[in-house]
Ligand binder design. Structure first.
Ligand SMILES: [Zn+2]
Length: 70
């Protein structure tokens, strides 16, 4: 059963494996408010993502934050 589609890579996957950038609220730095603001021009808070793509957004937001806070 494949009934979800990733917003970024358009790959179809099981609905139970959906991630959203809400996932990022569990990391300490950068905090979620910062991450959400950084990503909001690219992706919405509730967009469906596969595991790889949520990692991608996690990485680019962390790198941008590190650049700003070096
Ligand atoms: Zn994806």
């Amino acid at each position: 059963m494949k009934n979800a589609q990733c917003t970024r890579c358009t790959r179809r996957f099981h609905e139970k494996d959906i991630y959203t950038i809400q996932q990022l609220q569990y990391r300490k730095e950068p905090n979620y408010e910062w991450s959400k603001k950084f990503l909001e021009t690219i992706i919405g808070e509730w967009d469906s993502l596969c595991e790889e793509c949520v990692k991608h957004y996690s990485d680019i937001s962390r790198k941008a934050w590190q650049k700003e806070n070096r």
